[in-house]
Write a protein that binds this ligand. Sequence first.
Ligand code: KG4
Ligand code: ZN
Length: 338
Amino acid sequence: MSLTILAIESSCDDTSAAIVRDGQVLSNKTANQEIHQIYGGVVPEAASRAHQINILPVVEMAIRAADIDKTEIDAVAFTRGPGLIGSLIVGVSFAKGFALSRNLPLIEVNHMMAHVLAHFAEDPKPQFPFLCLTVSGGHTQILVVKDYLDMEVIGQTIDDAAGEAFDKTGKMLGLDYPAGPIIDKLAKEGTPRFTFPEPKIPGLDFSFSGLKTSILYFLKKQVTENPQFVEENLADICASVQARIVSILMNKLRLAAEETGIKEVALAGGVSANSGLRQALVEEGQRKGWNTYIPKFEYCTDNAAMIGITGYYKFLQGKFVGQDVSPVARWELSSPVL
Ligand code: KG4
Ligand code: ZN
């Protein structure tokens, strides 16, 4: 008997729906919200309203692209958290309504767990246990993934996330939001000739707020001396900032691999689309004899396919929730996971 899951993701500014059958992604449709570009960051109220407009058409598109009938859906998986509460409410309410109307079981999914399990949407799949560096606009963490639903955070940011470091730097440079992909593109044409300090944080935790401050003071000083400094050196600034963010991430990942002895190493989250980080992982993997894994771009950024994959493994373990479930803005991944 086959198992077909409708998955819903609405934790931040992307409205996404997917159909996953027996752990295989049949469709994955996402509506991005351009409104936040005007403000240079996600505006929670605007995100919530856009989710309300997008959710129905996105679900319809996912069902149509999967070439299935609604009646073939056996369960509904949804992101319960962590995320923006107003955004989550839209996805959770939709999932509950859909499940109630068809008497289907509901599966709650932790968004950060789903980023990790995005690796199981396609081959090659990492072997357990593996290390996963999850880097997004809201999170930066290293996990030991022992099994599908058993993962432990062994390091995380104590302030900003890596994606935030890209986006906030972009704001200082006058770039559009989200700036990560723009900095990535510009960095390819530049040379990392400006040096920003590496934060001195012990263990496997990260910090990016000091880097942000040092970039700000650096730019202020340079612009005072030459008002055209940013325009004249944009590619080199981007290359330098990217090089430092990548080195911060890779140094901690290297340490995690040394401390755990694990040689299966994976990247997840929106920032894993970064070409500098991808290249650094592959090169380090070749030096250290790691097997490295990076999902395709569609599964790196926020998407419902990863929610459906996670929902599939939770379904197999009978982990369902009732109609009384409500979204949670904060939801720490612990071991064993909820
Ligand atoms: O995982 P994601 O789609 O959403 C969150 O859960 O946050 O990640 C979005 C983040 C943004 O900060 C964006 O700037 C960053 O991923 N990002 C990138 C690249 N593509 C997306 N950062 C650096 N280089 C990229 N190519
Ligand atoms: Zn995410």
